[in-house]
Design a protein around this ligand. Structure first.
Ligand code: FES
Length: 160
């Protein structure tokens, strides 16, 4: 391929092609390939699932079946901010469920969902290791603790 053509090729496409070539003909390749494809794209678009099927010579229906069965795989893009609400024991007993309910109402999404404007992806987690600050949530890498439902709106407003 010439330099000009190379520049026109999406580097993700190139990585996916290399990935599929590296696993061609190997047994048990589907899950590791899906994991790596998700690392490349951030999620698993339909077109990528079809290409994985073709590349590994596996029926696309089976690729979809595996991608939808395992919670680790995402078929939709993540939001710009990942909001993890803790419902571990410490957070639960200190009102985490009410905090979650408020967040769900503010964002209009449930666990695993992404807002239509792609601003947030909401996930429920079991513990973020900050039990002393319960109830907690984490937005990207930042921990927010001692939450109450009325604090939620102001915190969410800090994220574009
Ligand atoms: S239980 Fe919520 S931070 Fe540990």
């Amino acid at each position: 391929m010439c330099d000009v053509c190379q520049d026109l090729v999406d580097p993700k496409e190139t990585k996916l092609a290399e990935l599929l070539a590296g696993y061609a003909g190997q047994k048990g390749a589907l899950i590791p390939v899906l994991q790596k494809a998700q690392e490349i794209y951030g999620y698993l678009p339909a077109d990528v699932l079809r290409r994985v099927g073709r590349g590994l010579k596996i029926p696309v229906a089976r690729v979809y079946g595996v991608a939808t069965f395992y919670a680790q795989f995402r078929l939709t893009p993540m939001g710009r901010n990942v909001l993890r609400v803790c419902l571990g024991t410490a957070c639960h007993v200190r009102g985490g469920a009410k905090v979650l309910e408020t967040i769900e109402q503010e964002l209009g999404v449930k666990d695993g969902g992404t807002t239509e404007d792609q601003r947030f992806t909401l996930e429920i987690v079991a513990c973020i290791g900050a039990c002393g600050l319960a109830p907690t949530m984490m937005i990207n890498d930042q921990v927010h603790g001692r939450l109450t439902p009325d604090k939620v709106g102001g915190i969410l407003a800090q994220y574009e």
